[in-house]
Design a protein around this ligand. Structure first.
Ligand SMILES: Cc1cc2nc3c(=O)[nH]c(=O)nc-3n(C[C@H](O)[C@H](O)[C@H](O)COP(=O)(O)OP(=O)(O)OC[C@H]3O[C@@H](n4cnc5c(N)ncnc54)[C@H](O)[C@@H]3O)c2cc1C
Ligand SMILES: *[C@@H]1O[C@H](CO)[C@@H](O)[C@H](O)[C@H]1NC(C)=O
Ligand SMILES: *[C@@H]1O[C@H](CO)[C@@H](O)[C@H](O)[C@H]1NC(C)=O
Ligand SMILES: *[C@@H]1O[C@H](CO)[C@@H](O)[C@H](O)[C@H]1NC(C)=O
Ligand SMILES: *[C@@H]1O[C@H](CO)[C@@H](O)[C@H](O)[C@H]1NC(C)=O
Ligand SMILES: *[C@@H]1O[C@H](CO)[C@@H](O)[C@H](O)[C@H]1NC(C)=O
Ligand SMILES: *[C@@H]1O[C@H](CO)[C@@H](O)[C@H](O)[C@H]1NC(C)=O
Length: 504
């Protein structure tokens, strides 16, 4: 099933086949202002109407301009209890709402809403270590840079976003591709406990002992089960790491892509992580983030296929994770329009993976002239194509920690690609949207023909037109639906909260 912003645009039309009669009945009755009114009585000091400073700040506090909408009010709870009271009031009033953490899901309507209540997590600011510093409790207010800065004081870090500004809650609910993945798996698998506000307003803990089915579902199942008010996650000892970006000229693209396939096919050193990217433009570049979890070793052998290519710019050095994610975070430009699109090839051998990368590369580049023909280059901020290798160690480390809902098979290597387009001017939104859709289908048809396609789309990099939970495998998808029905029998998180990827 598609993301609900897509459903929203269909509501009222006879073609909305995916919307059941039940949910339509719920959807047609709420009046636009109902939620704001219902919240004002019990929680007046946490509700902010348009033309107030808090509303103006929170309603603009999103990564991409495409996410900005016009909510009827902002609800900013200061505790889990306030959030629970508010959620009960919204459900009683049959009122629609959206929820925003760090605001980095670049899909219009996934974390925002026109007319309804925008719930923001900005004041749920728990950030503390347990007695032996093995677990950090993090509220959904935070960006990863805040978490790394806090933990850095103790020579610790955690498995989270690779760019500092990215939000904590959305990343952990999607899975979490992180620098330590070959050692600990997806970031979500390092979460040992969630505090969750359920649809009926009860506040529960989810861990291996209590609500263990919910615990599993939150690891990749996103916002379908409850609102998470605290993540308790493992800490990782870390003083400094050897990390940076290694950039090479266009003439080395083939060698660069071969290095990517080589790395993916044999990730023999789990301290390593890479993010290889092609950046087309006037002078096309290839640039790879190299991360090595060591405060005393440089140029490890596993990076040789990259570091043997002459660099035109390198930032490789020892630095803390906080310093490094501030550096990578400089790439994030606020106040422009952005889209990410995800896709996956899988294989086991170098030649399969190289073939998959090559198809993605060639198809993507062959589509570019169509985009340049419609948007002046001055209005294109960035185009990028990158790959995230998820291999055996990563998936096994995830399984060893109890697994997650993503459904990846530890006998395969997954190369999850992401297309990134960033532009200036909302006039180009529709052009970019149809271009990425066409390009993604072209890539996936070509990889499918070669027998290398996998239906998994990494949620963190997915666009609104993409399917999500069918790519987790039919078994996991059905399991997620059952768990959603158990914890939220009236489907509040599918109907009253239409934004985000929905299990049904
Ligand atoms: C520049 C950039 C870099 C990125 N780097 C990485 C990376 O290194 N690794 C990676 O894995 N991903 C990465 N991502 C993807 C990222 O994981 C997603 O964008 C993720 O959604 C960000 O979380 P957020 O809190 O900012 O999102 P939001 O947009 O705030 O939320 C995402 C979804 O989760 C829901 N939600 C938010 N908070 C809660 C809550 N507390 N309870 C229930 N539902 C909630 C929202 O309603 C929304 O549907 C990156 C994205 C960007 C834009
Ligand atoms: C709530 O969050 C905002 C934005 O981060 C901050 O300015 C404000 O001080 C916070 N209020 C409380 C009570 O924590
Ligand atoms: C962190 O590590 C540094 C050495 O890199 C050391 O000097 C410092 O005392 C450590 N701090 C803590 C809180 O352990
Ligand atoms: C480098 O650090 C590792 C891990 O802390 C340690 O085992 C190793 O002995 C160190 N090597 C050198 C040369 O200091
Ligand atoms: C990737 O695409 C570029 C640009 O079209 C091309 O020059 C290069 O040969 C391609 N490499 C591979 C391995 O597909
Ligand atoms: C193109 O970008 C410029 C700034 O570089 C901006 O002023 C202009 O409005 C944009 N064009 C459109 C059609 O939005
Ligand atoms: C192949 O392309 C068609 C549209 O041209 C699209 O509907 C279909 O989903 C694509 N296949 C894959 C696997 O993406």
């Amino acid at each position: 099933m598609r993301v609900a912003s897509f459903l929203l645009s269909l509501v009222g039309s006879a073609s909305a086949a995916a919307v059941t009669a039940d949910s339509l009945a719920v959807r047609t009755s709420p009046s636009v202002g109902a939620g704001c009114k219902a919240l004002q009585k019990p929680l007046g000091d946490a509700v902010f109407l348009p033309k107030t400073n808090v509303y103006d700040y929170e309603a603009q506090n999103f990564w991409s301009n495409t996410e900005i909408m016009a909510p009827g009010c902002v609800f900013r709870p200061k505790s889990s209890e306030e959030l629970a009271t508010g959620l009960k009031a919204l459900v009683a009033a049959n009122a629609e709402f959206a929820v925003r953490g760090g605001g980095h899901m670049g899909i219009r309507g996934s974390n925002n809403i026109d007319g309804g209540v925008l719930v923001v997590m900005s004041n749920l600011t728990t950030l503390e270590l347990n007695h032996d510093k093995s677990i950090v409790s993090v509220g959904p207010a935070y960006r990863w840079k805040d978490v790394y800065a806090y933990l850095g004081k103790y020579n610790l870090t955690a498995a989270g976003g690779r760019l500092g500004p990215v939000g904590v809650p959305g990343l952990l609910l999607a899975g979490g591709v992180n620098f330590y993945g070959n050692q600990v798996g997806f970031a979500c698998t390092t979460v040992v406990n969630y505090e969750v506000v359920l649809a009926d307003g009860t506040i529960v803990q989810a861990n291996t002992k209590s609500n263990s089915d919910l615990f599993w579902a939150l690891k990749g199942g996103s916002s379908n089960f409850g609102l998470v008010t605290r993540f308790d996650m493992e800490t990782i000892p870390s003083r400094k790491v050897w990390a940076g970006t290694w950039t090479v000229a266009a003439k080395y693209i083939d060698r660069f892509l071969a290095a990517t396939a080589k790395y993916a096919s044999d990730i023999y050193d789990a301290k390593s992580h890479i993010v290889p990217a092609l950046v087309p433009g006037d002078s096309t570049l290839a640039s790879v983030i190299l991360f090595y979890d060591s405060d005393n070793a440089t140029f490890p052998d596993i990076f040789k296929p990259f570091t043997d290519i002459p660099t035109i710019a390198s930032t490789m050095a020892f630095k803390t994770v906080a310093e490094f994610t501030a550096e990578t975070g400089e790439e994030v430009v606020d106040g422009i329009n952005d889209v990410f699109v995800a896709g996956t090839v899988k294989g086991t051998t170098y030649s399969e993976l190289y073939h998959g990368i090559s198809i993605i590369n060639s198809t993507f580049f062959s589509q570019l002239p169509k985009l340049y023909a419609q948007i002046p280059t001055a209005n294109i901020s960035t185009i990028q194509l990158d790959w995230q290798p998820i291999g055996y160690d990563w998936i096994k480390a995830s399984e060893a920690r109890g697994g997650n809902a993503l459904g990846l098979d530890s006998s395969k290597v997954y190369l999850c690609y992401a297309e990134v387009v960033e532009w200036i001017g909302s006039a180009y939104d529709d052009i970019v949207a149809s271009w990425v859709e066409e390009t993604t289908y072209a890539i996936n048809n070509a990889t499918q023909k070669a027998g290398l396609y996998d239906a998994f789309n990494y949620m963190g990099d997915s666009a609104g037109f993409q399917t999500m939970f069918t790519g987790y495998g039919e078994g996991n998808h059905q399991k997620l639906i059952k768990i959603a029905q158990k914890y939220d029998p009236h489907g509040v998180f599918q109907t009253l909260m239409p934004g985000g990827f929905k299990v049904y």
